[in-house]
Write a protein that binds this ligand. Structure first.
Ligand SMILES: C=C(O[C@@H]1C=C(C(=O)O)C=C[C@H]1O)C(=O)O
Length: 214
């Protein structure tokens, strides 16, 4: 913000000068809290689905243990990720975000499977008694949960965007409040500016704001 003084001197003032106290401490509308709560709720629901997907990793590990089926199935991963990207585009979800997100889900699942296989190798008494069928039983469950997670990720993205918009609007309005308050606060300076800058009051421009020499 620029204030012109009578002498033509321009005072450049940052409108967001803070007092050390955050505006949010004193002036947080309830609507912001609603948005934060919405984000937290969507994130918690997504985490619950992620935990459910991981729990299915136990079944995947059991289906693969003692069989020829490798833990790593790159072709399946590629199909899954391609599907995730295509579905994301359909529902308006950021495909880069969802690709990255599901890559992590897959990595976590493989880590779990490796750990379980190592555990079962060392502790035969812990080995699963039942070996579910990967193709007909477990993978359809994984696919169903993956689909649910995509929609939840979309809800989270929407909640975040809404909060960002709200944040922007809030910041804008606070900016105006600052401008207005600062304009009022600086009226005496504006009115007396010419006198202040021309009178010899012992102020040198370079010494303003410095502590007096001892
Ligand atoms: C879960 C499996 O194991 C691995 C993990 C995958 C996943 O999390 O989707 C996919 C393929 C495998 O690399 C599986 O084979 O289905």
């Amino acid at each position: 913000m620029a204030l012109s003084t009578e002498s033509g001197l321009e005072l450049r003032v940052r409108a967001d000068v803070r007092t050390g106290m955050e505006w949010s401490d004193v002036n947080t509308p309830a609507r912001t809290n609603v948005s934060v709560a919405e984000i937290e709720e969507q994130a918690a629901l997504l985490m619950a689905l992620s935990a459910q997907r991981l729990a299915l990793g136990d079944k995947v590990a059991a289906a693969k243990y003692g069989s020829e089926i490798p833990i790593n199935d790159e072709a399946r991963e590629e199909r899954l990720l391609a599907d995730v990207v295509a579905r994301s585009r359909e529902i308006g979800l950021d495909p880069v975000l969802s690709h990255r997100f599901f890559k992590s889900q897959i990595e976590a699942n493989k880590v779990l499977q490796r750990r379980l296989h190592a555990l079962w190798a060392d502790h035969p008494e812990l080995r699963p008694r039942h070996s579910p069928d990967l193709e007909s039983e477990v993978r359809p469950q994984l696919d169903a949960i993956t689909k649910k997670m995509l929609f939840r990720l979309k809800s989270l993205q929407c909640a975040k965007k809404a909060a960002d918009r709200l944040d922007g609007a809030l910041r804008e309005s606070l900016h105006d409040v600052h401008e207005e308050a600062l304009r009022i606060a600086l009226v005496p300076i504006r009115e007396r500016a010419a006198a202040l800058v021309t009178s010899d009051d012992g102020c040198r421009e370079s010494s303003v704001g410095e502590a007096p020499a001892a």
